[in-house]
Design a protein around this ligand. Structure first.
Ligand SMILES: C[S@@+](CC[C@H](N)C(=O)[O-])C[C@H]1O[C@@H](n2cnc3c(N)ncnc32)[C@H](O)[C@@H]1O
Length: 393
C-alpha cells in the first residue's frame, strides 16, 4: 500500500496493532532543503527546515506515538537519524517506548572521500532500535570470526573462575574441553554498508536515498516472511522494495507526491544493486603483490587498485598536478610498461610519471618521454630521490 499524505493523518486510519515493524527515516533536522536530480534531469526535493528544535521534536513525537499504536506487541521500530538530533531523538524514544524497550543503537558506517572538512569526517548515521514490548521478534544472524580470533577461542569451552573471570576449561587430565558447535559471531550493532555510488543502478536521484542492503538487514533481523512493514517517510521507496524482495508486505507513506510516484515506479520492477565490496570483501580490491606493496610503501603515496597503467600517486603534487608511479611488472617489457604508464598518466592529467624498473639500460633512458623518470633499483626509491630528479627535469 502506498499513501500520499502527511504520515500523521495517514497512520491515524491504520488499525491498532496492525504492523510488524516500522522503519522511520524522517528529515534529520539539518535545516536544509534537500535537492537532487536523476539521470533524466527530474528534480526531487524535500524540506528539512524548521522554526525551532521544539517544533521538530514535537513533529517526531506525535508520529512516534502513532507508530507505537499501530505496532503489534512483537513489533520493533527503527528510527534513522544523524548527529543533528540523535541525542534528542533517543530521549523521545525513551519517553514513548520506555527505556527498557531500548534494544540497540545501530551504527551504519561507510567510507567517504572528502578532505575539505575541518575536524573529523562524518562516516556514520545512527539507527535506534526499540521494541514495543520485551516479547519482540528477533532473528539472529552470524558473521565470520575476526582474523585475530584464535582456534582456541572458537573450539574450546570456557568457564568462570572463583572471581567470575572467564577462562578456558580443562578436564582433570589437563586436556582441553571442547565447547558446543558455534555458528560464528552474532551480528554486531556496527554495520559497514557502502553508500550507493553515483553510478549504482539502484540510485534513483532522490535525496538521502538509503541502500536496499541496509533495509534488508533491518527487515531480516526483525520480521518473518509475510510480515507487514510500515515506512511513514518512505521517500524513494527503498524500504518497500526491500520488503517486496524479502516477501514482506509494506505500507509506504510520504507527503511528497514525487516520492510516491517514484516508489510506485520502483515497485513495478524491484531490484537491488549488488555491492561488490560487500560480496567479495575489501581484500579482493587488493591487487598488488607483496613485492609491489613493499616497493610502493617506501613512497609517500596513495596506492591505486584497479588501474591498468598506474600503481600509485605521490601525495605531493608537482606543478599543481599529480605524479603517477608504476612498477614494471615481472613479465612485462619496458616498452609496454612505459606505454601503459604514459597513457594512464595522460588521461589523469599528471605532470610527471615515475617508472620503477630493476634493470635500467642507456636504451631505456633514451626512449623516455620528457615528463618521465625511471628509478633503476629498489634501493633508491625514496621521495628525496624523486624530488631531486624531478627538480633536474
Ligand atoms: C530522509 S527522506 C526518506 C528517504 C528514504 N528512506 C529513501 O531511502 O529514499 C524523508 C522523507 O520524508 C518525507 N516527509 C517529510 N515530512 C513528511 C510527513 N509529514 N509525512 C510523510 N512524509 C514526510 C519527505 O518527503 C522525504 O521523502
Amino acid at each position: 500500500m502506498l499513501i500520499h499524505e502527511d504520515c500523521l493523518s495517514a497512520m491515524k486510519r491504520l488499525s491498532d496493532n496492525s504492523v510488524d515493524m516500522v522503519y522511520m527515516d524522517p528529515p534529520f533536522f539539518t535545516q536544509k532543503t534537500h535537492t537532487l536530480s536523476n539521470a533524466s534531469g527530474i528534480r526531487y526535493e524535500f524540506s528539512d527546515v524548521w522554526n525551532s528544535r521544539e517544533e521538530y521534536l514535537k513533529f517526531i513525537k506525535e508520529r512516534l506515538i502513532e507508530c507505537k499504536r499501530v505496532m503489534n506487541a512483537k513489533a520493533s521500530i527503527f528510527l534513522h537519524c544523524d548527529t543533528a538530533a540523535s541525542h534528542h531523538l533517543r530521549v523521545l524514544l525513551d519517553d514513548v517506548f520506555g527505556e527498557s524497550n531500548f534494544r540497540s543503537e545501530i551504527i551504519w558506517t561507510y567510507k567517504r572521500w572528502s578532505n575539505s572538512k575541518k575536524g573529523l569526517l562524518p562516516g556514520h548515521q545512527t539507527i535506534f532500535f526499540y521494541s514495543k514490548t520485551k516479547d519482540y521478534i528477533f532473528n539472529t544472524f552470524y558473521g565470520d570470526y575476526s582474523p585475530t580470533t584464535n582456534l582456541d577461542q572458537i573450539l574450546q569451552a570456557r568457564e568462570r573462575d572463583a572471581r567470575g573471570k572467564a577462562k578456558y576449561k580443562y578436564d582433570s587430565n589437563g586436556s582441553i574441553v571442547l565447547g558446543k558447535e558455534k555458528k560464528g559471531v552474532p551480528l554486531s550493532d556496527v554495520w559497514e554498508i557502502p553508500f550507493l555510488n553515483p553510478k549504482a543502478k539502484e540510485r534513483t536521484g532522490y535525496p538521502t536515498q538509503k541502500p536496499i542492503e541496509l533495509l534488508e538487514k533491518i527487515i531480516k533481523i526483525s520480521t518473518s516472511e509475510g510480515a507487514t512493514v510500515l515506512d511513514p517517510f518512505c521517500g524513494s521507496g527503498t524500504t518497500l522494495v526491500a520488503a517486496h524482495l524479502l516477501n514482506r508486505r509494506y505500507i509506504g507513506i510520504d507527503i511528497n507526491p514525487d516520492a510516491i510516484t517514484l516508489s510506485e515506479k520502483r515497485l513495478e520492477m524491484p531490484f537491488k544493486t549488488e555491492s561488490t565490496l560487500l560480496k567479495v570483501g575489501s581484500g579482493a580490491y587488493q591487487t598488488k603483490s607483496q613485492r609491489e606493496l613493499s616497493i610502493l610503501q617506501q613512497f609517500d603515496c596513495d596506492i591505486v587498485q584497479r588501474n591498468k597503467g598506474i600503481d600509485a600517486f605521490l601525495k605531493k603534487y608537482y606543478l599543481g598536478k599529480p605524479v603517477a608511479l608504476r612498477i614494471q611488472k615481472e613479465h612485462e617489457s619496458f616498452e609496454d610498461a612505459l606505454a601503459l604508464l604514459s597513457n594512464a598518466g595522460k588521461k589523469k592529467g599528471c605532470s610527471f610519471l615515475v617508472l620503477i624498473t630493476q634493470h635500467l639500460t642507456p636504451y631505456m633512458q633514451n626512449i623516455l618521454p620528457d615528463n618521465m623518470i625511471v628509478l633503476p633499483s629498489l634501493e633508491c626509491v625514496l621521495n628525496d630521490e624523486i624530488e631531486q630528479q624531478l627538480g633536474n627535469l
